[in-house]
Design a protein around this ligand. Structure first.
Ligand SMILES: [Zn+2]
Length: 350
């Protein structure tokens, strides 16, 4: 490339691309490198002067051992979707294209690349199917909507009427969500995002008039007699009654019957900074291997596998995301479901 202003000549070296699939065998590894939140990547005490929020990443585990081999200083990672940091990726693994930037060397045998990655990853990840690739395959890999299979394990606990009402409330994207989409754009421009609203604080009864306290007691079906202090004590120790726990057989039936179900999923809060706030329809294509464990105290933990359309939020399919995913296992069994872990069991592509 010739810069006509400075009359300098700069060599524009094409990147080298290779394709592969990765299996993530340990939780706690993000897919790509995250700059340290405290120093934004410059390096500080919090990140041991690495500039990274997490010590390793799938991108780093694949690309770093190859830098010297290719004579590159950096790499870019292009995956067929991504899994959350706490999610393993098993089965045949996730297809990806790795881009080695400004390489000095290109003709490195696929078997040598594979061996270099797998031996230095020490079992945290594992790659396979390595072969040369190109820029256009980056687009293909990023745009292929792949069905995925998952295994998920969750705890089942009693729910209150009002929590259940939240899970089944009418789902709509508020008209003023332009604010949020604006916030999203700001995020991409790397401006400071607006602060998120604080979670609802515990009600402060001490500032209320006695008449207000009496009314609250009546609302919750509590006695209205006594002094102001007595009323406050009664209100703050009040816990809403929970609904009866579902029968384990019924939970099994719901996991089986989720097969073929179309879900309405509003964008979860946790990804709202990078996805538009809207409602998408996603299908659960298949469910299998449901199981449930009940201990001596009646605590229930359930597990099953499900194959979903590309783009399905799977944890949300189980816990219901405060009514943003409907139906959900939680709304169907009328209980609180807390995800213990999730694994990608396979990615049905390539
Ligand atoms: Zn730092």
């Amino acid at each position: 490339m010739i810069d006509v202003l400075t009359l300098t000549v700069e060599l524009d070296i094409r990147s080298h691309y290779f394709y592969g699939r990765y299996r993530k065998l340990e939780r706690g590894i993000p897919q790509t490198k995250w700059p340290c939140r405290a120093c934004k990547g410059r390096g500080c005490e919090k990140c041991d002067f690495t500039g990274l929020q997490y010590k390793s990443s799938v991108q780093g585990l694949i690309g770093d051992p190859l830098l010297e081999m290719f004579g590159s200083k950096e790499h870019a990672f292009h995956g067929m979707g991504r899994e959350d940091i706490d999610v393993r990726c098993l089965g045949r693994g996730r297809p990806f294209v790795m881009e080695m930037k400004k390489p000095v060397k290109r003709n490195i045998d696929a078997a040598v690349i594979l061996e270099a990655i797998n031996s230095s990853a020490n079992g945290s990840i594992e790659v396979s199917d390595i072969r040369p690739s190109n820029r256009s395959e980056v687009v293909r890999v990023k745009d292929t909507p792949a069905e995925k299979s998952y295994t998920i394990r969750y705890k089942i606990e009693a729910i209150t009427e009002s929590e259940f009402d939240t899970l089944t409330q009418v789902m709509e994207v508020p008209a003023n969500n332009q604010d949020r989409n604006k916030r999203r754009k700001n995020h991409h421009r790397r401006k400071k995002p607006e602060p998120e609203p604080e979670p609802e604080a515990e009600v402060d009864y001490s500032g209320m008039k006695k008449a207000e306290l009496v009314e609250l007691c009546l609302e919750k079906g509590l006695a209205k007699s006594g002094t102001k202090d007595v009323l406050i004590e009664r209100l703050s120790s009040f816990k809403e009654a929970t609904m009866p726990l579902p029968d384990p057989d019924y939970v099994m039936e719901i996991m089986t019957n989720l097969q073929g179900c179309t879900l309405a999923q509003r964008t979860p809060e946790r990804v709202a900074h990078r996805r538009a706030d809207k409602i998408r329809k996603r299908k659960v294509l298949e469910t299998s291997h449901p199981s449930i464990e009940v201990d001596a105290d009646g605590n229930m933990v359930a597990e099953f596998s499900l194959r979903c359309e590309s783009g399905t939020y799977v944890k949300e399919t189980v816990h219901g995301d405060s009514g943003r995913t409907q139906p959900s296992i939680a709304s169907l069994i009328k209980a609180k479901c807390t995800v213990e872990w999730l694994d990608v069991a396979d990615i049905h592509a390539d």
